[in-house]
Design a protein. Structure first.
Length: 159
């Protein structure tokens, strides 16, 4: 592989998640989203919640989750669940690349994940579903505002 190809393989995404709602876009930390798109450069790609919330003086306030020592992060993307009802678990789901295609794996989340409206996991059970280009991912309950579209096939991921 030439140097240019190596650089492109390292820097360009293999897939992206596209935020479908304003809440989904606001949930992504600064620097992780550009024009509503989140780059996926490696698999598995793990997603979970960054913070907790509490009502203080009648208003919802977010508190960041502390990280201790040099522990490796549990997620590649930490979303900020800003609502008073939490939809996103700390270790919610991951996207895997397999020989057959892509797979969404719910990592035992409390509220579950949907792929094109089909429930995967929930009640801390986990589960998996095939994930195809253009599929919609809902993170949490059926009424979740955190919805993304999966877009694949941008750079070959040597499957």
């Amino acid at each position: 592989m030439n140097d240019k190809q190596t650089i492109l393989t390292l820097l360009l995404p293999k897939a992206v998640l596209k935020a479908m709602t304003p809440e989904a876009e606001r949930a992504v930390p600064d620097g992780m989203i550009e024009s509503g798109l989140i780059s996926i450069r490696q698999f598995p790609f793990r997603v979970g919640r960054e913070s907790r919330g509490a009502i203080v003086d009648g208003e919802f306030q977010r508190t960041e989750r502390p990280r201790f020592g040099n522990r490796k992060p549990d997620n590649d993307l930490y979303l900020i669940d800003a609502g008073p009802l939490l939809h996103i678990s700390r270790e919610h789901f991951q996207i895997e690349s397999t020989a057959e295609g892509y797979l969404l794996v719910d990592r035992g989340s409390a509220c579950g994940t949907t792929v094109c409206g089909i429930r995967v996991g929930g009640s801390d059970t986990g589960g998996s579903a095939p994930l195809r280009d253009g599929d919609t991912i809902g993170i949490g309950t059926e009424s979740t505002p955190y919805r993304f579209t999966f877009i694949s096939g941008l750079i070959s991921d040597s499957r």
